[in-house]
Design a protein around this ligand. Structure first.
Ligand SMILES: Cc1ncc(C[n+]2csc(CCOP(=O)(O)OP(=O)(O)O)c2C)c(N)n1
Ligand SMILES: [Mg+2]
Length: 685
């Protein structure tokens, strides 16, 4: 083992790199890296099985920095361990993930040391963090994933998956509701592969936590059912190591380590103050801190001799050995269980298995039709059988969302049945979405479900899904006023507009059962984009596709469903979801009257916007300016497709509590009203 002096040197390198980077950037958070350098040193150099040469090795231990503002901890350690960069195709790029130059350019454009950890941007970052609470909540998904993988793929003598997940968090994470939801779920599921280390420094931005956060956090986590440990001195790496050892020996519950620390440790005027949290220390304070550490006072971005070597001898050697052993084991596994090995390969590359879309239903024309949620349930049950690693669940609404996997052997995921494919998130939408992110980061294909209205409760994690470019799936049913009598608290209005505004998120609102099938077909093939499906509660007529265009048009975001004779429309009606049928019925009236109307089914703005200009102009010819949009949602944004002269039949208020039929009449979602609007815009009243 290295002598104490080298250990201290390594820890102080993390501290001083962090201080120097924040000072250079003139922005950032120095205090927590200074305090937690010994913790991160211990986890990385003494405990974690992670090979810096292959940061995506499937059986690596995961490290999550949930207090993402302390990102310099991560940039320092990724740099000092010489963690390698990989690209989006999972190829090793042969250069370091974070260079010293990146650290010198901390928080600057294009630096691989951005303000907060960013998964899609820096190799070695396991999840994007910064919105407090998200990291720890996401780590619960990683814990579930590990349990599921272990159950499916391990065989006697073949421990293919046995990794652990370490998450570091602060007061902010512990105050956020999502962490509470996730902690409760983690304990319920007995995730003994999960260790959270809580930086108990009593400081947040506004000062001492006594102003807002005085609960007994140990009692809280004991109450959830966690194994709660305490380390009274954040500089005591032996105690930290010991606590982590206890974690690894603990079975049946996750571990919560309360670590008492001093923010800005070593800064003579700023230690233990909020001033150390989020601003540069200043040159003089840095000098004095360096003196305290026994560091050359004027050195900047110094990595002393022996520090890289020390990390290479620690995590480098341990990680390389573990990966080599695993690689040999996996080769033997492949020989013995070729099919399972292929599954692991495909999953790791976000590929789908052969035959993934076989037996997808085709729904015959039917005036009575079927609800979007019911069609979705049938599709999910087929996909989950075709794709072993595709699964998910609902936030206690499985029977309403129709997301329950009911086929023989699907099973429930519980502590005693970690192979189950039905996750029960409980009424914890936010943690559900973060958990789905954690599953996806672990390369499983996962979905989460609730009522569309409660997407609000999950939105911060959905946004991170998009930012991380994860192929997650959110199944949201009761997409408009279909739950009539429940009233405005349960009727989404602004949700479509709000989700459409998230960059990179594919939002889809299919118009009939066959569009639901096509929506899944499209979404399943995504590798780097999350998707939201907004599905109806009530039956929607299944369109006769021999009369109207095939549902496969969905893959282009919008398509001409029904057209004017000769394909030369004078008015275009654009609709999504449950309003597509209104558009079709209005169209039939108009055609009978000799008005040349076209119906465009537009399940996804986002997909449509990615089509060529030529295609878009074909669907919505610029010269046809008489347009009507109809959607049971906020009118916000529809001007982009109907222009300033078009009509938008949508919602400008909240809904109301009444039977659906009455609501449709009251708010104008009826074919006659749509036809009247069309006549109006073509000037043929
Ligand atoms: C959801 C969310 N709300 C607010 C912030 C802004 N913010 C960043 S750090 C911080 C204080 C965090 O305190 P703590 O977790 O104790 O971190 P420490 O200062 O101890 O490192 C706040 C409010 C945020 N990043 N995320
Ligand atoms: Mg704090």
């Amino acid at each position: 083992m290295a002598d104490d002096k080298t250990v201290e040197l390594a820890i102080n390198t993390i501290r001083t790199l962090s201080m120097d980077a924040v000072q250079q950037a003139n922005s950032g958070h120095p205090g927590t890296p200074m305090a937690l350098a010994p913790l991160v040193y211990t986890i990385w150099n003494r405990v974690m099985r992670f090979d810096p040469k292959d940061p995506i090795w499937p059986n690596r231990d995961r490290f999550v920095l949930s207090n993402g503002h302390a990102s310099m901890l991560l940039w320092s350690v990724l740099h000092l361990t010489r963690t390698q960069a990989v690209d989006a195709d999972y190829e090793n790029l042969g250069h370091p993930s974070v260079s010293l130059d990146d650290i010198r350019h901390f928080r600057q454009l294009n630096s691989k040391a951005p303000g907060h950890p960013e998964y899609h941007w820096v190799s070695g970052v396991e999840t994007t963090s910064g919105p407090l609470g998200q990291g720890v909540a996401t780590s619960v998904g990683m814990g579930i994933a590990q349990k599921w993988l272990t159950n499916r793929y391990n065989r006697p003598g073949f421990e293919i998956f046995d990794y652990n997940i370490y998450a570091v968090c602060g007061d902010g994470c512990m105050m956020e509701g999502v962490a509470s939801e996730a902690a409760s779920l983690a304990a319920h599921l007995g995730l003994d592969n999960l260790c959270w280390v809580y930086d108990n420094n009593h400081i947040t931005i506004e000062g001492n936590t006594r102003i807002a956060f005085t609960e007994d956090i140990a009692a809280r986590f004991l109450g959830y059912g966690w194994n709660v440990l305490r380390v009274g001195d954040a500089n005591d790496i032996e105690r930290i190591e010991h606590a982590l050892e206890i974690f690894r020996k603990t079975q049946g519950r996750p571990t919560f380590i309360i670590l008492d620390s001093h923010i800005g440790y070593g800064a003579p005027h700023k230690q233990d103050t909020a001033a150390a949290h989020g601003e540069p220390l200043g040159d003089e304070e840095i000098r004095l801190s360096k003196r305290f550490y026994g560091w050359p006072e004027d050195a900047k971005f110094l990595v002393p001799d022996g520090v890289y070597e020390h990390f290479a001898a620690g995590i480098g050697a341990r990680g390389a050995k573990a990966r080599q052993q695993w690689t040999a084991l996996f080769a033997a596994y492949r020989a013995k269980y070729p099919e399972l090995a292929t599954e692991i390969d495909q999953m790791q590359r976000r590929e789908l298995p052969a035959g993934w879309d076989r037996n997808l239903p085709v729904f015959p024309a039917d005036a009575k039709g079927i609800a979007g949620r019911d069609a979705s349930g049938k599709v999910l049950n087929v996909l989950a059988q075709n794709i072993p690693w595709f699964f998910g669940g609902s936030a206690d609404l499985g029977s309403s969302n129709k997301t329950t996997l009911t086929y023989e052997g699907a099973g429930d995921f519980q502590t005693t049945s970690p192979g189950g494919k039905n996750l029960h998130f409980g009424i914890r939408e936010h943690a559900m979405a973060a958990t789905v992110n954690g599953l996806s980061l672990s390369k499983l294909r996962a979905f989460g479900a609730t009522f569309f209205i409660f997407s609000d409760y999950a939105r911060p994690a959905i946004r991170l899904s998009a930012l991380m470019e994860l192929p997650t799936i959110f199944v949201f049913t009761h997409d408009a006023m279909g739950d009539g009598e429940d009233g405005p608290t349960h009727q989404p209005v602004e949700h479509l507009a709000s989700l459409r505004a998230i960059p990179g998120l594919v939002t889809l609102r299919p118009g009939d059962a066959n569009e639901v099938v096509e929506a899944y077909r499209y979404v399943m093939q995504l590798r780097h984009e999350p998707a939201v499906l907004a599905l109806s509660r009530q039956p929607l007529p299944t369109l006769d596709r021999s009369k109207y265009a095939p549902a496969s048009g969905l893959a282009r975001g919008a398509y001409v469903l029904a057209d004017a004779p000769g394909g030369s429309p004078e008015v275009i009606i654009i609709a999504s979801g449950s309003e597509v049928i209104l558009a079709v019925q209005a169209h039939e009236q108009l055609i009978a009257e000799g008005i040349r109307s076209r119906v465009v089914s537009m399940p996804s703005w986002d997909i449509f916007e990615h089509q060529t200009q030529e295609y878009r102009d074909n669907v919505l010819p610029p010269k046809v300016t008489a347009r009507v949009a109809v959607e049971q949602a906020s009118t916000f944004g529809w001007e982009r497709y109907v222009g300033t002269t078009g009509r938008i039949i949508g919602m400008k208020t909240f809904g109301a509590s009444a039977p659906l039929k009455e609501l449709q009449r009251h708010f104008g979602f009826e074919p006659d009203h749509v036809a009247a609007a069309a006549r109006e815009v073509v000037g043929r009243k």
